[in-house]
Design a protein around this ligand. Structure first.
Ligand code: NAD
Ligand code: TYD
Length: 340
């Protein structure tokens, strides 16, 4: 039996990862530690409460006293607790620096002291590399691309990424890092573009497209990301970084047209709004290393089928996102952006 401590397991990727691992690895146990911020939601894990291989602990990763004993119970940690939304980091970067940098340091120190703890996997992001030009589509992010984060979110993730690197180098800790592109799939908080646009359209609202809509993202289904994380956890080489991507570059305008088509809506539902400050133009991942070395490649991200299935999930699970959108989230969102 192998016990994995997952941080941030009540969020979008965390909840999908826990479900994925419990399915794929019957001999694994999972401890999920999450402080349940606005984006953490135990409903994302509904049904697992009675699974003996799963345990939830409500705690903040900044809480040194709570993290120490948890580390002693686990053989490995997959650290993905984070403040994760670029727009929020522009409004207030404080929680980003606290959770994504200081929180990562707390976990690294706790892991270093824990006798049983083996591998530490840091879930990073392709946003640490900054932005690529639109003009030359042959240029991709490789693991050697210099780190040049542009948003406070990306800078805080880079801080955690570099701390993980330094703890491997300085203390010889067994640390691996994944840098993944934009994920899509079930249980994504409806502030991110895909669930925001789908849920707006269900409610008859327009979709706010930033700037000229030509910014490009590389879209990967969350289950492909989960499989990649598991592959790096089990087979990755200590100290190495692995890019993870979908070979699935789409402009936001193309993505929006695809969602409009799937929802049976027309162009008139697009509202061009002013651009995000410092908006990265293009992300595109060279994921050849993880394929070559660990045999992973995406199999669930095919376009447009995977996107259509995701849109269907949000249509079929309106109760989930209506609850998520109410309360604290809605109050915060309307205060910052006005009602959309
Ligand atoms: P999310 O916002 O949906 O989930 C984050 C989770 O972390 C939430 O459950 C939240 O409650 C928890 N959390 C936040 N601060 C905490 C703290 N101080 N202590 C304990 N728990 C805390 O985010 P996500 O989209 O699932 O992203 C998960 C990870 O993957 C992040 O590290 C993110 O940087 C990375 N990532 C995300 C994407 C993407 O497209 N979503 C792509 C690449 C990498
Ligand atoms: P997002 O889902 O916030 O992810 P990230 O910023 O981490 O890539 O945004 C994806 C793209 O969609 C990004 O280029 C910004 C754009 N976007 C909009 O055009 N309108 C929106 O309301 C949001 C949230 C994002």
């Amino acid at each position: 039996m192998r016990t994995i401590l997952v941080t941030g397991g009540a969020g979008f990727i965390g909840a999908n990862f826990i479900r994925f691992v419990l399915n794929a690895r019957p001999a694994y146990q999972i401890i999920n530690v999450d402080s349940l911020t606005y984006s953490g939601n135990l409903e994302n894990l509904a049904g697992l409460e009675r699974d003996e291989r799963y345990r939830f602990v409500k705690a903040d990763i900044l809480d040194v006293a709570a993290m120490g004993p948890l580390m002693e119970e686990a053989d490995a940690i997959v650290h993905m607790a984070a403040e994760s939304h670029v727009d929020r980091s522009i409004l207030d970067s404080t929680p980003f620096v606290q959770t994504n940098i200081a929180g990562t340091q707390v976990l690294l120190d706790a892991a270093r002291k824990a006798e049983r703890m083996g591998r530490f996997l840091y879930v990073s992001t392709d946003e640490v590399y900054g932005s690529l030009p639109l003009e030359d589509t042959s240029v991709l992010f490789t693991e050697e691309t210099p780190l040049a984060p542009n948003s406070p979110y990306a800078a805080s993730k880079t801080g955690g990424d570099l701390l993980a690197r330094a703890y491997h180098h300085t203390f010889g800790m067994d640390i691996v890092t994944t840098r993944c592109s934009n994920n899509f799939g079930p249980y994504q908080f409806p502030e991110k573009v895909i669930p925001l646009f789908v849920t707006n359209l269900v409610e008859g609202k327009k979709v706010p497209l930033y700037g000229d809509g030509l910014n490009v993202r590389d879209w990967l289904h969350v289950d492909d990301h989960c499989e990649a994380i598991l592959a790096v956890l089990e087979k990755g080489i200590s100290g190495e970084v692995y890019n993870v991507g979908g070979n699935n570059e789409r402009s936001n305008l193309e993505l929006t047209h695809s969602i409009l088509g799937l929802m049976g809506c027309g162009e008139e539902m697009i509202e061009y709004v002013c651009d995000r400050p410092g908006h990265d133009r293009r992300y595109a991942i060279d994921a050849s290393k993880i394929k070559r070395e660990l045999g992973w490649e995406p199999t669930r991200s095919a376009w447009p089928e995977a996107m259509a299935a995701t849109v269907e999930w949000y249509k079929a699970n309106a109760e989930w996102w209506q609850r998520v959108r109410s309360g604290a989230y809605r109050a915060y969102y309307e205060q910052q952006y006005g009602a959309r």
